[in-house]
Design a protein around this ligand. Structure first.
Ligand SMILES: [Zn+2]
Ligand SMILES: [Zn+2]
Length: 356
């Protein structure tokens, strides 16, 4: 079958690999119906994720149909439609029992990093009972595609941000994770959400779709100043640093008011520094990534209820054969690309069209 392989720093390739097989009793084999390219795939390609294994099949954001399950899988059977979680987790260890599934002693971010992922026709999903989320019949694969990664990340970030009604929230970055952070933040009822990005088209989209109230492009205006003008000079009540650009970590804590929560979602490729002597007395609370993607069933219910909708992010669909073009298009934000969606298979006639 075809799959995208991370060969070595700087190189990903679409190539033939062998079909995945059940290896452990809790495994499932999933036929990939929709997959995406994520910024984390670019970080791996750039050599920015030291734990990524050379030779691994990339892809950790996908949805599909279960075609085979191991003897220990209890909740799923062949034919079930599922969104797959970026994190593999046991559900039973010290961290899982507390909801910190990213640090599960048996897993964390494995798929498309340490073990073969979903930019492929089929994929082996470990700890399937925990790592798969059933897709209701009324929801398409495409609507469910981002549940296990980029939407889980925005939802998790908003949840730990301690947003209170009437807060002024600042989101740095209006890319895919920035957009899901904004739509998840909205569930908590902030008074004003400010979105900052250097890409005006992304800002306009976020505002048009009601995900934010105020937009600011740091190439044209001072972000911290804009936030202060909305808060009687205080700064943002909650800041989400999703951009991961050169100066955005510093901007995040500068734009925050004293005693604010700063959620650092971004995955940096370099060390960041915190000048504690300059910010003494500001009393910030920092919370850092990566996502604990343990609430995917809640997210699925919110999609079903129409309260979360990621369709605005899909700017291009193409078969797996075109994915290397997709890497370039996505990485360089060509053609207004926000999310490149891979459609490995032609729609199966036995599946109703609305489920794709
Ligand atoms: Zn990702
Ligand atoms: Zn665990």
């Amino acid at each position: 079958m075809k799959a995208v392989v991370y060969e070595k720093k700087g190189t990903v390739r679409l190539t033939d690999v062998s079909m995945p097989k059940i290896q452990e009793p809790r495994d499932a084999i999933v036929r990939v119906m929709r997959a995406s390219i994520c910024s984390s795939d670019l970080h791996i390609r750039n050599g920015g994720v030291p734990r990524a294994r050379e030779g691994v099949v990339l892809g950790h954001e996908f949805a599909g149909e279960i075609v085979e399950v191991g003897a220990g899988v209890k909740r799923f059977a062949p034919g079930d439609r599922v969104a797959v979680n970026v994190e593999s987790f046991c559900g039973e260890c010290f961290f899982c029992r507390r909801g910190y599934v990213n640090n599960c002693v048996e897993g964390g971010w494995e798929l498309g990093c340490r073990i073969d992922g979903g930019q492929a026709e089929y994929v082996r999903v470990p700890t399937a009972d925990m790592s798969c989320t059933r897709i209701p019949a009324s929801i398409s694969y495409e609507q469910a595609l981002f549940v296990g990664d980029v939407l889980a990340t925005g939802y998790w970030a908003a949840g730990i941000g301690e947003i209170k009604p009437a807060d002024v929230v600042l989101v740095l970055g209006a890319g895919p994770t920035g957009l899901t952070t904004m739509m998840s933040a909205r569930l908590y009822g902030p008074a004003v959400t400010v979105a900052a990005d250097v890409n005006d088209a992304r800002l306009s989209l976020a505002k048009e779709r009601g995900l934010c109230d105020v937009t600011v492009n740091p190439l044209k205006a001072d972000v911290a100043e804009t936030v202060r003008s909305l808060t009687e000079g205080r700064g943002a009540d909650v800041v989400f640093e999703v951009a991961g650009a050169k100066n955005t970590f510093e901007l995040a804590w500068r734009a925050a008011r004293p005693n604010a929560v700063v959620v650092v979602v971004a995955l940096y490729e370099e060390a960041q520094s915190l000048p504690l002597h300059q910010m003494y007395g500001k009393n910030l609370t920092f919370k850092t990534g990566g996502v604990d993607a343990g609430k995917c069933s809640d997210i699925m219910r919110l999609i079903e209820a129409g309260r979360l909708d990621t369709s605005l992010m899909i700017t291009r669909r193409a078969p797996l054969n075109d994915i290397i073009v997709g890497y370039d298009t996505f990485a360089n934000q060509k053609d207004g690309c926000i999310k490149w969606v891979v459609t490995p298979f032609e729609p199966d006639k036995s599946i109703p069209a609305q489920q794709f």
